[in-house]
Design a protein around this ligand. Structure first.
Ligand code: NAP
Ligand code: MG
Length: 501
């Protein structure tokens, strides 16, 4: 993998550097336009803190223009009138183009977001490709039902699945291209028109995706991309009366603002929010597999993962061994800039995020918890935090209750075999996004899974996502589901037609 990333960096570097030197505009209709304010924002490399590119800061007026372009494309354009097979072909072409530009996109993502090149090239980029391909497959299969009515008379009744209309989509910075692919592919497959806002910290890969979507033949106005600040650009999308649905991924705090803003025109809302996901390790678990799996479950992407297994419940019989193993893994992993070939874990996204994560570790120390690995930052430029393992944390401490969104895990022993009481502890959180169970006894695993209040439960794994598997949160981790048929249907309206014959 090292050789591959070095040679790739040498060959595609110029495409990426050309892209970075441009001042990126907004995609409205089929045109790339300046923001009306003429303002630009910087995109930083989190491994150095230096500006690598600039992009337009959209204001309310620009969002109005994007919504108008989307509305025109939806109401009058060819997109939702196309034959399903034709629409599927365009979506599939977008996937092909992402794949053809995989090296370039991975480098762009790695420089902008900080994740190791290999993670971008063999993780985030293929996941975006797969989202488009999976959703392209549904386009020709979406259909309604015929319905038998008991009303007097002869009736022919049926349902139609129709696109919901103009959708606003807002995403965070932790897996930018993958998130963009996931969101945009759903809306395109349903026949919607989109106003998309990437995160301020990582707008670049979505802008490149916009260029590729036009190249794939997406009609003008079907995908509009407005970059800018959340409180301005994002808030304008969420509140816009011309938007029929808002799909948001981000923090629970902002999710609440989105739901409030959406109330104005009662637009439909789906929310993929924060988490504080438990990993539960039973004494019969394959120890090596559980150490590796739970370490990756929290530290992948430097813990900037919504389903990160940040509360590690371990049976006391194996607690010391397992925690020691996770701590060793944490100490051994190689931190570095995304494009450094030896790098296995990148920096956090920003100085703000680094300060936030450090603050949580400090508060844990002050509350009496013990840091047994990591706990400090790297002495170099950029926002590097060592993977951190905490023990002796109580359930009332903020390290145990709040989403840190960084490489910090709290390990807690349990000595109970009662599944109800294990589940009660695991469920003792405002969140309910993911959970994992580690055991060789599948009977225990399948008895515990239904007791966990979480949208996804993995058994002997933590984190893997598949476009076919619905994903979303219980409790304050969100509303609705993405991925799978369930995700696609959330971009449709169901119309009933009843004819008296
Ligand atoms: P965030 O602050 O909530 O931001 C997410 C997006 O919302 C960004 O594009 C942001 O814009 C925008 N935004 C901010 N304020 C807004 C407002 N008032 N109105 C409309 N949009 C607004 O989240 P983050 O810190 O970037 O990302 C981390 C969070 O995302 C974590 O809580 C994590 O758990 C969650 N997440 C959830 C999932 C999931 O699928 N459940 C997946 C990944 C991440 P700017 O950043 O550009 O200002
Ligand atoms: Mg950046």
């Amino acid at each position: 993998m090292e050789d591959r990333s070095t040679s790739v960096a040498a060959t595609v570097g110029s495409a990426v550097s050309d892209f970075l030197t441009r001042r990126h505009k907004l995609l409205i209709g089929s045109d790339w336009v300046d923001a009306r304010s003429g303002e630009y924002l910087p995109s930083l490399d989190p491994a150095t803190g230096r500006t690598i590119s600039t992009f337009a800061a959209a204001s309310e007026d620009d969002v109005d223009a994007a919504v108008a372009a989307a509305r025109a494309a939806f109401d009058d354009g060819p997109w939702r009138r196309m034959k399903p097979a034709e629409r599927a072909a365009v979506i599939w072409r977008i996937a092909d183009l992402i794949e053809q530009h995989a090296d370039e996109l991975a480098e762009l993502e790695s420089r902008d977001n900080g994740a190791p090149y290999g993670v971008c090239r063999y993780g985030f980029v293929p996941m975006a490709v797969e989202s488009f391909r999976y959703m392209a497959g549904w386009v020709t299969k979406l259909c309604g039902d015929t319905v038998s009515l008991s009303l007097p008379g002869d009736w022919h009744a049926y349902t139609l699945r129709e696109p919901i209309g103009v959708v606003g989509q807002i995403v965070p910075w932790n897996a930018p291209l993958m998130m963009a692919g996931m969101k945009i592919s759903h809306a395109l497959a349903a026949g919607c028109a989109i106003v998309f806002k990437p995160a301020e910290e990582t707008s670049l890969s979505a802008l490149r995706l916009g260029e590729l979507a036009l190249e794939a033949g997406l009609p003008p106005g079907v995908l509009n991309i407005v970059t800018g600040a959340g409180e301005i650009t994002g808030a304008a999308i969420a509140a816009h009366p011309g938007v029929d649905k808002i799909a948001f991924t981000g923090s629970t705090e902002v999710g609440r603002l989105i739901a409030q803003a959406a109330a104005g025109n009662l637009k439909k809302v789906t929310l993929e929010l924060g988490g504080k996901s438990p990993a539960i390790v039973f004494p019969d678990a394959d120890l090596e597999q559980a150490i590796l799996g739970t370490a990756r479950g929290i530290f992948t992407n430097s813990g900037q993962v919504c389903v990160a297994g940040s509360r590690l419940y371990v049976h006391k019989k194996i607690f010391d061994k397992l925690v020691e193993g996770v701590a060793e893994w944490a100490e051994a992993i190689q931190l570095g800039a995304g494009m450094e070939p030896t790098s296995e874990l990148g920096p956090l996204i920003s100085a703000k995020q680094l300060a936030r994560v450090k603050g949580y570790v400090q508060s844990g120390r002050e509350d009496g918890a013990q840091v047994v690995a990591g706990g400090d930052v790297l002495d170099r430029d950029g926002y590097f935090m060592r993977p951190t393992v905490i023990t002796n944390a109580r359930s009332d401490m903020s390290v145990m209750r709040e989403e840190i969104f960084g490489p910090v895990v709290c390990a807690i022993p349990f000595d109970d075999n009662d599944l109800d009481s294990i589940a009660r502890e695991a469920n003792d959180t405002l969140y309910g996004l993911g959970a994992s169970i580690w055991t060789r006894n599948l009977s225990i695993a399948h008895k515990l899974a239904p007791r966990l209040r979480a949208g996804t439960v993995w058994i002997n794994a933590h984190n893997p996502l598949d476009p076919a598997l619905p994903f979303g949160g219980y409790k304050q981790s969100g509303w609705g589901r993405e991925q799978g048929l369930e995700g696609l249907l959330s971009y449709t309206e169901l119309k009933s037609v009843a004819a008296l014959l």
